[in-house]
Every structure is written in C-alpha cells, then in structure tokens.
Write a protein that binds this ligand. Structure first.
Ligand SMILES: CC(C)=CCC[C@@H](C)[C@H]1CC[C@@]2(C)C3=C(CC[C@]12C)[C@@]1(C)CC[C@H](O)C(C)(C)[C@@H]1CC3
Length: 743
C-alpha cells in the first residue's frame, strides 16, 4: 500500500511519479526530468528511480524464504543494493538533512527572476511541508532538529515564494511558531543576509563581511584564504553582496511577507530599526555565541562602512572578490563547492554579467545537479551527491565481504571501479584561487565539483588498488587500462600534502586542506549556528581513512618514498591515539553520528598497523567504550545530540547502521568475547527484509557539530561489511538460525 504523507492530508498530492526520469552522466551528475505521458511511454522508468520514489512498481529481488547465515544476509543486501546502481557505476540518493539548502536555491531564483518548473515547485513545497515539525509546524536547522527561528523563517518565506497562500493551514501554523520564537528579527547571520537580499530585512541589521579582507596580505593569519574552504566560499560572495547592499526589487508578494514574519507590535516594517538588531539572535538558534572580540570588530567595521569607506575601495575590493568568484566557477564548471555558496555566487554573477550571459546560463544549467527527488518531495541536497565516497565504499566492502567471486557482484564492482577511475582529477585549479594542487586527488561527489577531500582520495585510491590486485577482479583489467603509477603517486602526494605537519595538530589529517590558520580564529566565527567552521581542523575519521590509503599504497608500491610514507603513517597513528579521550576511550566523530562512527574508523586504522585489543591499550579502551554502550537487544542507538553536546547520548531505539559500525570495530579490533558480536549480527539480520533491504531508521551523518545529514547508502554498505567480516572471522556457517549466542 502506498504510504501517505502529511502533504496528502492537506491536499498536496505528489506529481505523477511514473513520469519522472533520473538521468545520470558518466561522471555521476544527476538530473531529474518530468516527461509528458506520451514521452514516458517510449522511455521506460528505471527500477532504481522507482526505488527512489518509493513506487509500488519497484521490483525488489525475489524474497528468500529465510536468511539463515550472515554471509547470505550480506549477499542479499548486496543484491538489493545492486538494483540501485546506475549504469555509470554510482548509486545515487537524496543527500538531505539540512533545511537551508532548498531555501538558498529558490531565493536566488527569485532574486534573479529565474523561472522554476511548476512541477518542481510543487515537489519543493511537498518536501518542506512534509518536514514541518509535527507539533508546532516550524522547521529547524536540519530535519531532526527542534523548530528554530532560522529554519522556520526561511522555510516559511520559501513556501510563500513558491506560491503557498498566507492563509494556508501550513503557513498559519508555521507563522504562529515563528511569532512565538520572536519573529524574523532573531535570525542568525545567514538568515538575516538572505532576507536582506530579498528586501525583507535591512542590511544595516546584518553584521558585516567586508570584501577588503580579501585584499590583505596572505601572510596575515586572518586572511580568508586561510579559512576552511566552505566558510571561505560562502563569505566570498556574501562579502560582495553585503558590502554593496544588494537587494532584489520589492514586489507585492514581498511586501505581504514583510508584514507576516515580524511580530505585529514591531510593524509596520518601515518602523523597524534593523541596525539595533545585528546581534539579536533567537535563543533557540544560538549554538555558537559571538565572542567579545567579534562584537567589537563588527562595531568598528560598521562605523567604517558607514563613514569611512571610500567608494573606490568598495569598487576595488568588490572587483577582487568577483575575480575570485569567477575562478571558483572555472574550477568547478559553475557547480561551486556546495549549494549554499552556489546560490550566492549565482546572484553575484547575475548582478555582474546579467541574465543573458554565458556565465549565468551555466548557473541555470548546473542548478539541476543538486536537486533530488524522493518520496517526501524534491529537495536541494547538501552537495551534488556523494558519488565517489559511496562508490569507493561499495567496491571495498563487497570485496571485504568476499562477494567479488560471485558473478552477480563482479560487474557491480567493475562499474564502480571504472567510475572511480574516471573521477580522478586530471587538471589543476586556475592560478590564484587559494587552492592546493589537485591533480591525482578525488572529490566527495563528482569530478567537476573539483574539490580534493583527503579521505575521499584515500578511500577511492584504496578501492582501485584492492580491485586491481584482487585475484578474481584484477585479471579482467588489461595492463594498459590500469591506473598509471604516476596517477597513484599524484594521489599519494595530495594525501600527504593535507597532513598537518606544522605547528597545528601534528600528524593529523584535515578534510580538504592543511590547517592554514590558528583555531583561535574561531573567535571571529559569525554564523552562530555552527561550530568549527572558521579553519580546518584535525579529523580522526579523515586521519583514519588517510592511513588506510597510505598503507594500501605502500603495500603494493613499497618502493615509492618508503620513509616518508612510513613516517606519515606513524605520526597519523600517534595522532589518532592522542585524540582518544583519556578517560573513557572514546573518539569524537565529526562527520557521522558520533562516537560510534569515529570508533569504527579509529579502530580500523589501528588494526591496519597491527594494533588490536590484546596488543593495544587504545584499541582495548575504544572497544570497552563501545561495549559499555551496547543496548539490551544487542544494538547501538546513538543520537545526533551526541554531536551537539560532545557526550554520548542514546536515542533508546537501536539502529542497524550504528550497530554495524560498532560490530565492525569489535570484529577488526578482535574483541575477545564473541557474544556481544553475535548479538549485534543477529540484530542486523533480523532487521533485514527477506528481499535484502534495510529500512531507514535514523539520520546517520553530521557536520559542524550541529547539522544532521542523511547517508542513505550506509544502511546497506556497513551491514554488508559487518556481515562479511563476521563470516570471514567466524566462518560462513556461524549464527545458524541467528541463535548461536544463546547458551
Ligand atoms: C555550514 C556550511 C558551510 C554548510 C554547507 C554544507 C557543507 C559544509 C557540508 C555538506 C556535506 C558535508 C557534510 C561533507 C563534508 C564536508 C562538509 C559538507 C560538504 C565531507 C567532505 C568532510 C569529510 C568527511 O569525511 C566526508 C567525506 C564524509 C564529508 C562528506 C560531506
């Protein structure tokens, strides 16, 4: 029976799902098309598309009568997963969670008068409506958040811009919540900036982001070129837009919205003194309050902007900023690093080049890459996908589970292999982009996105090496088609370069680049709703994956810079050990939830260099920590709250993904008692359908400590890995009937 959603209850039925087609390019870029009935007749819908839209017509693999052995559960899971793979080798999915991605996309379309296909508009509305808080009708920073001023205001404005009436029950309920939260006046920085662009907030009430910063010498630690790539990319166009007080034309709809999002006592809009509210932030939203230093600097810059800044300097610095935006466009073929900066860059390009320019038209084309359709509606994703990351895991884990000898999975792995091979960077960034060398590295999503990520490079390289050196797979790749030694060396060089070997966090790996400035810069963090956004940080998970990559490279190519690679691995391992909590043995995870995710990576890294429970105090403490969190039913259930509060917090409802993470750590770290492992494996098997599927249970990922994000492939990939490793360790016939742990 088709599931009903909130949108169905309130008269917003889905568009005809049978008319949607998902096009996927060789390089993994996705694009959804809505066909006419006539077109649809000659263009059969892929089974994977039917899965994405949860259609009854989706054909799963035949159901087993029962799945008795863990290895069969892994196989069945892989069989189900293979149906989701596209011809180009990738498995796509709706990479959603943050509730501020679709907003930016739609706001920039509104600002630039760019039409949105009505059926896309309708599906955007459904997505937003279906993610409204079930009790108060508001929205948060992400889908499992409480309602915040930021989430509620921007999503309310979004619905209004997309055509929902002021008196629509969804708007009425959301508006009441927004007013309870104090109205739009308490928006955090990004919210204020977006509303100022839409002429719904005064720029004088938005803390400044001076473009002049970009003209400082790079040697100054405060230079934005030293910031974390994402923050740098967002504050670049924001500097242009805020310094130039850019706004779109006021129209009757915006005028109506002005009268809806503030408290009635604050109205009329013209009477609001925005300059008094630069630092008004709704208490519910505030996760990272300003430092005194930031408040003082903001005050000084505001005075400077108002009374001192000469016109020529504004022009000159705006031009410098725009030159850098053009470089970002060139380096990513207008995709930009992620949708937040994409939306701002699209507006700046519109203002600079006009709607008919080539540059702007490319923005219009690339904006398709980040939208993805799902049962709740359409949404703009956190990035344009996670193609490389997921494919690298898929190839590795199928092999770790020993499934490569099965012809069913052989082709699946090979398609993934070829995708990874196509996705390695082959060119460098434009000079003067504040970017490192990238040739030889891999991104998180697709080649054109163009940003090296340390762990994505390491995992992709490892997957390629595993395949080429695998007895059942390697022989099918002719010598001349294998990855060239030079390309591997480049990959290793890119990984080595990201390792922090200077004065910060010696031995660790960061996400995209080395740490370029002191973490003390966090005291200038203006965003209020995230932590750790100003500079790169050391990440345990990135360090672990980098170790996997380097160890695997040096196994197959021991002659390339052996001392340097060994030293790099040694210092990385020392960092991982040092990053462990001395008291309880846990590691804080930054990209997955949370301590469970990090423990899996850390233990695997330690195991890669031969450290296990019986030989390493660190592995022992790490595994004892995990065991102490195992629930009655054998599973783990960590909550997103762990990431926010830096304390392990269970949800109380165990999850397959978390359980798989913990199990992988326990197996690889050679936990001496197999009973907790048996119990966990049994749980993973019990939660699998006889068709091989695992259902969504809880959001898996996170960023910047406060924003949750879904990784829909994880509920297949990690159970497959856990089950496969289990079968390898305890033999194929373990857990008969899933009951062996019982005495
Ligand atoms: C607060 C801001 C700047 C919002 C924009 C969203 C981005 C910052 C997020 C969305 C997806 C995201 C979490 C991602 C990562 C960084 C931050 C991203 C790009 C990385 C690449 C960091 C390294 C991680 O190991 C991993 C590869 C899993 C993730 C993938 C997604």
């Amino acid at each position: 029976m088709t599931q009903r959603y909130y949108s169905d209850e309130i008269g917003l039925p889905p568009s005809d799902r049978s008319l949607w087609r998902l096009r996927v390019s060789e390089l993994g870029a996705s694009k959804w098309e809505f066909l006419t009935e006539e077109q649809a007749r000659n263009d059969p819908q892929k089974n994977s598309t039917k899965y994405h839209l949860k259609m009854d017509t989706f054909e799963p693999p035949a159901a087993e009568e029962s799945i008795v052995f863990p290895i069969d559960a892994a196989k069945k899971g892989a069989e189900f997963f293979s149906l989701l793979q596209e011809e180009s080798g990738v498995v796509l999915h709706q990479y959603i969670g943050p509730m501020f991605m679709t907003t930016g996309w739609v706001f920039s379309s509104y600002f630039t008068n760019s039409p949105i296909n009505p059926v896309v508009k309708h599906e955007f509305i459904r997505y937003i409506v279906n993610n409204a808080h079930p009790v108060d009708g508001g929205w948060g920073l992400h889908t499992v958040d409480k309602s915040t001023c930021f989430g509620t205001t921007i999503n309310y404005v979004l619905l209004r811009l997309l055509g929902l009436e002021k008196d629509h029950p969804v708007c009425v309920k959301a508006r009441a919540t927004l007013h309870k939260l104090g109205g739009a006046i308490g928006l955090p920085h990004w919210g204020k900036a977006w509303l100022a662009l839409l002429n719904l907030f005064g720029w004088e009430g938005v803390n400044p982001a001076p473009p002049e910063l970009w003209m400082l010498p790079y040697s100054m630690f405060i230079h934005p070129g030293r910031w974390w790539v994402h923050t740098r990319c967002i504050y670049l166009p924001l500097a242009y837009l805020s310094a130039n007080r850019s706004t779109c034309k006021l129209d009757p709809l915006l005028e109506e919205i002005r009268s809806e999002i503030y408290l009635p006592r604050q109205l009329p809009y013209e009477s609001i003194d925005f300059s008094k509210h630069r630092n008004t932030v709704c208490g519910v939203d505030l996760y990272y309050p300003h430092s005194r230093t930031l408040d003082t600097l903001n005050w000084v810059v505001c005075k400077y902007e108002k009374y001192l800044r000469p016109d020529w300097l504004l022009k000159k610095s705006s031009k410098a900023v725009y030159e850098l935006i053009k470089k970002e466009c060139a380096n990513s073929d207008y995709l930009c690093i992620a949708p937040v900066s994409f939306a701002f860059n699209m507006i700046v390009t519109y203002l600079e080049e006009g709607p008919d320019s080539y540059a702007f038209s490319r923005f219009m084309e690339r904006r398709e890459d980040v939208i993805f359709h799902g049962p709740l509606g359409m949404a703009v994703m956190g990035t344009n996908g996670g193609q490389v990351w997921d494919t690298a895991f898929m190839c590795q884990y199928l092999i770790m589970a020993g499934l490569e000898t099965d012809p069913k999975f052989h082709d699946m792995i090979m398609r993934g292999y070829h995708f990874l091979r196509r996705s390695q960077f082959t060119d460098e960034c434009v000079d003067g982009s504040f970017r490192d060398k990238r040739k030889g590295a891999w991104p998180f999503s697709t080649k054109t996105q163009g940003y090296t990520v340390s762990d994505c490079t390491a995992e992709a390289m490892k997957a390629i090496l595993m395949i080429e050196n695998n007895d059942s797979l390697g022989k099918y790749i002719p010598m001349e088609d294998r990855i060239a030694r030079k390309d591997l060396e480049d990959a290793v060089e890119r990984i080595l370069f990201i390792q922090n070997t200077g004065s910060f966090e010696f031995g660790s790996f960061s996400s995209y680049e080395q740490i370029r400035a002191t973490p003390a810069l966090e005291c200038l963090s203006p965003a209020e709703v995230f932590n750790n956004i100003m500079v790169e940080y050391p990440y345990v998970e990135c360090t672990d994956s980098s170790v996997f990559g380097l160890v695997s490279f040096s196994t197959y190519h021991p002659d390339y810079k052996p001392e340097i690679i060994l030293k790099s691995i040694d210092t990385a391992i020392a960092y991982i050990e040092d990053a462990q909590d001395k008291f309880d043995g846990s590691w804080y995870g930054s990209w997955g939830i949370c301590y469970t995710y990090a423990a899996m990576f850390a233990v695997e890294a330690l195991e890669t260099v031969g450290k296990v429970y019986s030989t390493s105090e660190h592995v022992k403490k790490g595994l004892d920590f995990l065991i102490s969190k195992q629930e009655e039913d054998g599973g783990w259930s960590e909550s997103m709250k762990s990431c926010e509060t830096h304390t392990y917090i269970p949800t109380g409802q165990t999850q397959v993904v978390q359980t798989a993470w913990a199990t992988i750590a326990l197996i690889l770290g050679e936990y001496p008692d197999r009973r907790p492992i048996d119990k966990a494996i049994q749980l993973i098997m019990e939660r699998q359908s006889l068709h091989g599927e695992w259902n969504f249970e809880y959001i898996e990922g996170v960023f910047n400590h406060s924003c949750a994000i879904e990784y829909p492939t994880y509920r297949f990939l990690f159970p497959i890995k856990a089950l496969g490793l289990y079968a390898r360790r305890f033999g194929g016939n373990a857990v008969p009937g899933g009951k062996i742990f019982l005495e």
